[in-house]
Design a binder for this molecule. Structure first.
Ligand code: NI
Length: 169
């Protein structure tokens, strides 16, 4: 059966922002392997694609799970990248300012300063360990999604709101 997209939770609804603001705990790998979680990951991917997003965290579909999906296009690949229990292990001292937006905060954009390069450990959807070295847009999207999994939104990090010329997570 084709996975169906889910509604994206937004900060304007009290119940939805409560979940968006909840830091998630690492997910148990047995739960990750369950049919239910695997179907949910497929649904996160189609939800992200339908919304034309570059990334989506589980809290954005109302689930307190430490899982995010990232559009493979950010590294010029077709398959999406699924990161489970991601952890940043290294950050470059070099920061870059770029405009961000968020599917949970439509119509709002702002400049966010983020590390230009990061190293990340995570599991993929099959529970295999990943070691990711990311830079530029990929690094930014990962940091934005890990923020989501920690209950942090890009509006917490911007001190200058912008008009939205670029499309970001
Ligand atoms: Ni977002």
């Amino acid at each position: 059966m084709k996975p169906r997209p889910l509604p994206i939770w937004q900060i304007f609804h009290p119940q939805e922002i409560a979940v968006l603001r909840t830091p998630t705990k690492p997910i148990d790998l047995a739960l990750l392997a369950s049919k239910e979680t695997q179907v949910l990951i497929d649904r996160m991917v189609v939800t992200m694609r339908k919304a034309d997003g570059v990334g989506l965290a589980a809290t954005q579909i109302g689930r307190e799970l430490r899982i995010a999906v990232i559009n493979g296009a950010v590294i010029d690949q077709k398959p999406p990248i699924v990161i489970v229990n991601p952890k940043i292990t290294r950050r470059s001292s070099r920061q870059e300012d770029q405009e961000e937006g968020c599917l949970s905060i439509p119509g709002v954009y702002g400049l966010v300063s983020r590390s230009a390069e990061i190293s990340v450990t995570a599991y993929d959807r099959k529970g295999q360990q990943l070691a990711i070295g990311a830079q530029d847009l990929y690094a930014r999207v990962i940091q934005h999604e890990i923020d989501h999994l920690d209950g942090v939104l890009f509006i917490d990090r911007t001190n200058r709101f912008t008009v939205g010329e670029e499309l970001l997570p």
